[in-house]
Ligand binder design. Structure first.
Ligand code: GLN
Length: 433
């Protein structure tokens, strides 16, 4: 049933940076399904900007592994979605192409950094989309926009063709209106790829059963602590009670290293970003530089003009953390804290099947509500631990507060992506829409 898909949906949320009017599709499991791809994932022949003016007009000569797989299954790729520049943000306000708005309330952010993908799905423009998650960028916008989003186990989906932000933490993952859709997309994109040295040979073939009788769910005290809006906590506790009445056994647990998770995350991601973004010097990609002055002057001016403020802030922070004399104090320490978080998760996940809590401490913010970087960073506290530990985590809608969606987060053991999907599926069958 190969053919052409005409994509004329109105984009009221500014969800897309680039979109096509018609997309061709082939045969396969995704035949004719319109799919949106986050704009930090390379698409051959289609502009890929990472939400940055520095890459405006860049057209990759190759497809990311996940995009090859989508095409093989017949998907119609209808466009590239908006994001915080290079994935650095929690709201999609940091895009060089204007912010995306939340389809549930245009005065509020859609979450980030995969805010365009989440808004496109939530607004009904596409049934599914790809996002990326370095510290919550799939789960946060899924929670804020009332859709489902999965961050797979680190290494389960190839990063070949993903333009790197913080490569030791990030994964590409599926976003969709239902858990079943997210599972279908995961089945397509989870395939070994020799071009990514961290890619495991563990495919994903799974039909969720929704049977959770006898399964144990750990509830970490730290996920309901300071900074978590009581109304959000209550909504999530109700969701956990729903899982309990479906036969799951709920246990309290603790992840003491959570205290250091946010600091470890921000030192790691800014350090890796400062190194990964060094290649954007105006010579090889983007609008280009003049040749009149020294390379150093050109480089400085070009990056100063074309990188947004948040990217500049993070490159500076990361360069500082990696510099001689400070490396041991910051980067090396962050790696120790990262290992402690991983150990804590693995210890807890030996005695319970999954861990559950809120995805985000609050509902979607109003535009401008968080103006200082630190309070913005703090809102990632419940999502970054799964990236530090490398474990799979899903966000599934579990109700509303002030009319805005709330996400239930379910975290599992390494390679237990199927298990977190199963629990989310069970909840979706039982819980409120
Ligand atoms: N909000 C986090 C950050 O700004 C996570 C971003 C992401 O997962 N790409 O780094």
């Amino acid at each position: 049933m190969a053919g052409t898909f005409h994509f004329d949906a109105e984009d009221r949320s500014n969800a897309f940076i680039t979109r096509v009017e018609s997309a061709t599709f082939g045969d396969g499991r995704l035949a004719g399904i319109p799919l949106a791809v986050k704009d930090n994932i390379s698409t051959r022949g289609m502009q890929t900007t990472c939400g940055s003016r520095i890459l405006e007009g860049y057209i990759p000569p190759y497809d990311a592994h996940v995009v090859e797989l989508l095409r093989e299954e017949g998907a119609a790729i209808v466009g590239k979605t908006n994001l915080d520049e290079f994935g650095m943000g929690t709201t999609t306000e940091n895009s060089g192409f204007g912010p995306t708005t939340n389809p549930h309330d245009p005065a509020r952010v859609p979450g980030g950094s995969s805010g365009g993908s989440a808004a496109a799905v939530a607004a009904g423009m596409v049934p599914m989309a790809l996002g990326t998650d370095t510290g919550g960028s799939i789960r946060c916008p899924a929670a804020f926009c009332g859709i489902v989003g999965l961050k797979p186990t680190y290494g389960r989906v190839s990063r070949y063709g993903l333009i790197a932000y913080s490569n030791s933490l990030e994964q590409i993952g599926p976003m969709g209106r239902s858990v079943a859709d997210v599972g279908t997309l995961m089945e397509v994109i989870c395939r070994h790829d020799a071009r990514d040295s961290t890619s495991y040979d563990r495919g994903y073939a799974h039909a969720p059963s929704g049977e959770i009788r006898g399964m144990t769910i750990g509830i970490p005290a730290e996920y309901f602590g300071e900074g978590v809006d009581p109304a959000v906590a209550e909504c999530v506790r109700d969701a956990i009670a729903t899982l309990e009445s479906a036969g799951a056994i709920v246990e309290e647990c603790s992840i003491p290293s959570m205290e250091y998770a946010l600091a470890a995350y921000y030192v790691t991601c800014t350090s890796e970003a400062s190194s990964n973004l060094a290649r954007f010097d105006g010579v090889r990609y983007g609008p280009g530089v003049g040749t009149k002055r020294s390379w150093h002057d050109e480089f400085q001016e070009f990056r100063g003009e074309h990188f947004g403020r948040e990217v500049q802030r993070r490159v500076m922070l990361g360069t500082f953390a990696l510099s001689a004399g400070y490396y041991g104090k910051y980067y090396a320490k962050a790696q120790v804290a990262k290992e402690n978080v991983r150990r804590d998760f693995l210890r807890v996940l030996k005695s319970v099947d999954v861990i559950a809590g809120p995805t985000m401490p609050t509902i979607a913010f109003r535009f401008g509500e968080k103006s200082d970087p630190l309070s913005m960073y703090l809102s990632d506290v419940l999502t970054v631990p799964a990236n530090l530990a490398g474990v799979p985590a899903i966000s599934v809608p579990c109700g509303r507060v002030e009319g805005m969606p709330v996400g239930l987060q379910i975290i599992g053991q390494h390679f237990a992506d199927e298990v977190v999907v199963d629990v989310a599926f069970a909840f979706e069958q039982e819980g409120p829409a």
